[in-house]
Design a binder for this molecule. Structure first.
Ligand SMILES: Nc1ncnc2c1ncn2[C@@H]1O[C@H](COP(=O)(O)OP(=O)(O)O)[C@@H](O)[C@H]1O
Ligand SMILES: [Mg+2]
Length: 404
């Protein structure tokens, strides 16, 4: 994943959030000097670098790191067993151990009264530097911490900074990518670096060839914007207008919506209603194609946008990454297959003095049988040599025929 691959390993690699980074550098400086540090709490929205900054502080300064996460806050016993000893010991080879208590505001959801006391006790006894993170500093469940910690604020990262970051990564990945597309991703991220990286990966990471094949880049990823409107607004007009105003091809959109209903909607009811409307949309599209009366497309486009939007019963998963329609993926795969098949048929057609069509229909299945029996008889290596020279085929052609 890009968010792991490009996670910062030093504080200087954290983008945006300059003042937070400089406060963290001071914190590290103090530790190096052997001064006692007041525990800190990094607060701010998700995906802005709180956890990565805490880790980078440790890695970049060669400190040990002990991390606890939300699941550790269920019971005091786990905490007492892990953090208390870590805090009071000198660390491996006398090294400093940074103790990171990530997402401490999750404590409220896993409440066990003993946990609060365990953290309190730990803070009183620790000799090691402590970093908390939380999204919400004012969460009542961490009220007990407020007097004991110094607060460092993380903010949403600005559009320009995210834009430049995405550009750098796209360059590193060796992918030329239009400015408009990067701009769109940066806007869409709304300051969330993790989200931006996930989106970038969704477009480039997995299927470079696919993007070339289906010309997805031409749509400038407008499709994400349209999907957002469909899946996150329950508003009839907003979702309809998003489709009307965009240049996204509705057949393509239908596949995207289809693939992402279960990604976005979690309740049975909203999924059922959304699919019901999508099915109707699909029928109108088919009818338009069949009858050449394009007026039907009006209904299909409303049904696949507003029809799906109003099916949402209020609970939307805040997953940013849309999954790629398997249908489009499949089309692109079969396209490759067709190319390969054509090439082979061309070669063989010449040799056999017959049409491509005939080669594909009559000869290839036959050859497959022959190749298989040769391999059984002679063993793979020898059989392949024989077939190569005998038929004038490359190894990959033979493989293709065998797998078809
Ligand atoms: N400010 C940032 N600078 C560089 N990368 C970031 C930043 N914020 C987030 N990221 C990327 O997003 C991923 C998730 O960030 P994370 O630190 O876990 O966010 P948070 O803890 O604030 O929710 C990181 O692994 C990193 O790749
Ligand atoms: Mg985090």
């Amino acid at each position: 994943m890009f968010s792991e691959k490009y996670a910062p390993v030093m504080l200087s690699q954290i983008i945006g959030n300059e003042s937070a980074v400089s406060m963290l550098m001071n914190f590290a400086e103090k530790i190096h000097k052997g001064e006692k540090t007041k525990p800190i709490i990094l607060v701010g929205p998700s995906g802005t670098g709180k956890t990565s900054a805490a880790r980078a502080l440790a890695y970049g300064n060669s400190f040990e790191l002990l991390e606890t996460t939300a699941s550790d806050y269920r019971d005091a016993e786990t905490l007492n067993r892990t953090i208390i000893p870590a805090g009071s010991s000198r660390g491996l080879f006398g090294k400093t151990t940074v103790i990171l208590m990530d997402e401490i505001d999750e404590l409220s959801k896993k409440y066990d009264t003993g946990v609060e006391r365990a953290v309190d006790k730990f803070l009183k006894s620790t000799k090691q530097p402590v970093i908390f993170t939380a999204e919400d500093y004012w969460d009542p469940s961490i009220r007990f911490l407020r007097g004991a910690v110094e607060r460092i604020e993380f903010k949403k990262v600005s559009h320009d900074v995210i834009f430049a970051f995405l550009k750098k990564i796209a360059d590193k990945e060796g992918i030329g990518i239009e400015k408009e597309l990067l701009d769109m991703l940066a806007k869409r991220s709304n300051g969330d670096v993790r989200g931006a990286l996930n989106d970038l990966e969704a477009i480039l990471g997995a299927d470079k060839e696919l993007i070339e094949n289906i010309g997805i880049r031409d749509t400038k990823m407008e499709i994400f914007g349209v999907l957002d409107k469909i899946f996150t607004s329950v508003n009839f007009d907003i979702s309809r207008n998003a489709v009307m105003k965009s240049s996204v091809d509705t057949d393509m959109l239908l596949n995207w919506v289809d693939e992402n209903i279960p990604v976005r909607y979690s309740s049975k009811m909203s999924r059922r209603d959304a699919y019901y409307n999508l099915a109707k949309a699909s029928r109108f599209s088919a009818k338009a194609n069949r009858t050449n009366y394009w007026g039907y497309l009006r209904y299909s486009s409303v049904l696949m946008s507003s029809g799906v939007a109003v099916s949402n019963d209020g609970y939307v998963k805040l997953l940013r990454q849309y999954s790629f329609p398997s249908k489009i993926r499949h089309m692109s795969n079969t396209k490759e297959n067709r190319y390969a098949m054509n090439e082979i048929a061309d070669k063989l057609g010449e040799r056999l003095h017959t049409s491509k069509k005939k080669v594909i229909r009559d000869y290839l299945p036959l050859m497959k049988r022959i190749f298989e029996s040769e391999i059984n008889k002679l063993g793979e290596k020898e059989a392949l040599e024989k077939i190569k020279t005998g038929y004038g085929l490359e190894a990959e052609d033979i493989e293709f025929i065998l797998s078809s």
